[in-house]
Design a protein around this ligand. Structure first.
Ligand SMILES: C[S@@+](CC[C@H](N)C(=O)[O-])C[C@H]1O[C@@H](n2cnc3c(N)ncnc32)[C@H](O)[C@@H]1O
Length: 208
């Protein structure tokens, strides 16, 4: 794992940014309440909490960071250890795989996308949210990293510095990522936000 996401300050920063600017997310996807859902890369359980608050009853989280899993466990969530490049779930297990901000933590997106494709039932959905390259993001990054900054971009800077190498890698290789995405999934809709991609997609089961 590339991030030092274990760091308490990192999570405080993420919480700060998330609560203020990013908190509307699972609402986009119109997921059925009884769907079997995997929150891939669940972290400390932001979205597990949201799923629970919104009445989703069949949700499991997985992450590579055992300490974060322990946090989720303490909060009463069902979680298991899992690396998205090689998941320990049977094929065709989930109606929905939800992932928020995790693909920019690895270089082997092809492997992870195949795994998501594999564990999804035919007709299930991949609900994907992650960063994307854009003029807006470039401006935001310029202000964050090059200008004397004040809150809240200072928080953003500290947070991004910890994962900068992977962040840059993902943005630079975004075309390749999308190519692999399209090989594994048929996009049902794509909300192109200013700085984020929000995609609902069906698995193309023939890839493997
Ligand atoms: C930016 S955090 C997002 C956490 C959570 N999805 C949220 O929205 O709060 C990225 C998460 O991806 C996890 N992660 C990184 N590499 C992973 C991998 N190979 N497999 C599964 N999870 C991974 C990290 O441990 C971390 O919890």
């Amino acid at each position: 794992m590339q991030t030092t996401a274990l760091d308490e300050n990192w999570w405080k920063s993420w919480n700060f940014i998330y609560r203020r600017f990013l908190s509307k997310d699972i609402e986009y996807f119109d997921i059925r309440k009884d769907d079997k859902i995997l929150d891939l890369g669940c972290g400390i359980g932001f979205h597990l909490t949201k799923f629970k608050q919104q009445g989703y009853s069949n949700v499991i989280g997985c992450d590579v960071n055992k300490n974060l899993l322990e946090e989720c466990h303490k909060k009463g969530f069902k979680v298991v250890y899992g690396d998205m490049r090689r998941l320990n779930f049977k094929s065709n297990s989930f109606d929905v795989v939800f992932s928020y901000g995790i693909f920019h933590h690895i270089k082997e997106f092809g492997l992870a996308l195949k795994e998501v494709n594999r564990v999804l039932k035919a007709g299930g959905y991949f609900c994907f949210i992650d960063i994307k390259p854009s003029v807006h993001r470039r401006i935001l990054d310029f202000i964050t990293f090059k200008l004397p900054i004040s809150h809240p971009l200072k928080v953003r800077k500290n947070m991004l510095l910890e994962e900068k190498e992977m962040y840059d890698y993902f943005l630079m290789n975004h075309n390749r990522f999308m190519e692999l995405f399209m090989k594994n999934f048929k996009i049902v809709w794509h909300k192109k936000g200013l700085c984020m991609d929000i995609i609902k997609a069906l698995p193309q089961k023939s890839v493997r």
